[in-house]
Design a protein around this ligand. Structure first.
Ligand SMILES: CC(C)(COP(=O)(O)OP(=O)(O)OC[C@H]1O[C@@H](n2cnc3c(N)ncnc32)[C@H](O)[C@@H]1OP(=O)(O)O)[C@@H](O)C(=O)NCCC(=O)NCCS
Length: 409
């Protein structure tokens, strides 16, 4: 049985999380997890009178190509006790979630997958990708200096807490795939690190307005109680936690600041978009090394006609898509997508021959513009009536920027 947990079952939910992910929460993590359980939507699976599985979800706006905002359900902490695996518990939790989310008008579902083999069978596909980068400061010289770029100044933690949410809220509307960040997400992001790292927030300011920020951490001192001397500069690493810019000038100013931070040899980033312009800010583009490239958010379309109509396309054209969906039968069938010159689409059931045939996961892969229809067709994940149909689909679905999702959840 899938249901809401009762208030007295909070500990049991957190214990499922710990046992499933094989970790133990610190008291602070436990308090934060308890808060997010209370703030979000949690569903538990009960079997033989025992709680054996759980998932968390919250409703959030997601930005579509073209800037439209849709309601998505962001899913996290899908967890089944190690003693009760491979008996369909997660499948039951997801089926329940899909039905509930569709019923409450959510067009799609997003998650970060712990393992790549789990979610494809449920109609998910990577909807965005991320790279983590490494930059040796010694090799990183800017190719050009821009005149009149915004000034950069450091924000105190209290200022950061006041200013950053509004900047991010504007920025997230500019890139497909971005989700709004919850108050709990902000609290976790802005929490001072507990380890030896020192955290700083640099803001790009133009005409008195904060146009972007970079949160970064540097381990410059030995941890308290550690007998080791301070790390030599050659071993010091700055870690970029988050960089958000409202325009290109702020983006360039923040990178130019980060490259200039002294007493640091290496700059590493957390997940960043694949099409990071930084490479082209550098005199030697190879100074920016990709440490890891991975799928980022996974997407599952819950209401295909409305999701297709919610995004914008690049120019006028039409396509007939034939879709299969084993979990949300309302998505299966043939749909005509007709896009006008402004990029706005109307979507209606169609009896015409299909231009593209695929399952709902392939559509999720292309929905935000992360993966081309040609790539999907080459992998056998989509088939096209003609090569011209693939060209047409890529012209329509293609985006100038790669999608990305900044908040973790
Ligand atoms: C992943 C997890 C939630 C799966 O729960 P479960 O109840 O065992 O899953 P189900 O029994 O419903 O499995 C459904 C299908 O997914 C497959 N599957 C489950 N876990 C899988 C995994 N880790 N990798 C690949 N396939 C997996 C099952 O084999 C089954 O396939 P089938 O439909 O072909 O029979 C559970 O193993 C778990 O808690 N893992 C650790 C925490 C974690 O990684 N959670 C995911 C967070 S994003």
């Amino acid at each position: 049985m899938i249901r809401r947990p009762a208030a007295h079952e909070l500990d049991a939910v957190l214990e499922i999380d710990e046992a499933s992910f094989s970790w133990k929460m610190s008291p602070a993590e436990r308090a934060r997890a308890a808060e997010s359980v209370e703030a979000g939507v949690v569903r538990v699976a009960e079997l033989g009178g025992e709680l054996v599985g759980a998932l968390g979800a919250f409703s959030a706006e997601m930005t579509c190509p073209g800037g439209g905002l849709v309601r998505a359900v962001a899913v996290s902490n899908v967890a089944v006790l190690p003693t009760h695996r491979r008996r369909g518990v997660m499948s039951a939790l997801l089926a329940h979630l899909f039905a509930e989310a569709r019923g409450s008008g959510h067009l799609l579902c997003a998650l970060y997958a712990s393992e790549g083999g789990i979610y494809g069978r449920f109609g998910f596909a990577p909807g965005s990708f991320a790279a983590t980068y490494r930059l040796e400061r010694g090799a990183a010289r800017l190719a050009r200096t821009a005149a009149g770029q915004p000034a950069v100044r450091l924000l105190r933690p209290t200022e950061a807490a006041e200013v950053l949410p509004a900047v991010f809220d504007l920025a997230r509307r500019q890139r497909a795939g971005e989700l709004e960040r919850t108050p709990g997400g902000w609290a976790a992001l802005l929490e001072e690190p507990t380890g030896p790292a020192a955290r700083f927030v640099a803001a790009a300011v133009a005409a008195g307005e904060v146009m972007g920020y970079a949160i970064y951490e540097v381990v410059s001192n030995a941890p308290a109680g550690c007998a080791q001397p301070e790390a030599p500069v050659a071993e010091r690493v700055a870690r970029l936690v988050e960089l958000v810019a409202l325009d290109d000038a702020a983006y360039r100013a923040l990178w130019s600041y980060l490259i200039g931070v002294d007493l640091v040899a290496t700059l590493v980033t957390g997940p960043r978009p694949l099409d990071e312009p930084l490479r082209f800010l550098l005199e030697d583009p190879r100074a920016l090394e990709v440490r890891r490239l991975e799928d980022h958010t996974w997407l599952r379309l819950l209401d295909v006609p409305r999701a297709l109509a919610a995004r914008r396309y690049r120019g006028a054209g039409s396509l007939v898509l034939e879709l299969s969906d084993d979990h949300c039968p309302g998505n299966a069938g043939r749909f005509a997508l007709v896009v006008d010159a402004s990029g706005q689409a109307s979507v209606a059931p169609s009896g015409e021959p299909a231009d593209l045939v695929c399952d709902v996961a392939a559509l999720a892969a292309s929905y935000l513009g992360a993966t081309s229809w040609w790539t999907l067709a080459r992998a056998g994940a989509a088939s096209a009536a003609t090569p011209a149909a693939l060209d047409r689909a890529d012209l329509l679905f293609g985006t100038a920027e790669q999608p990305f999702c900044t908040p973790g959840f």
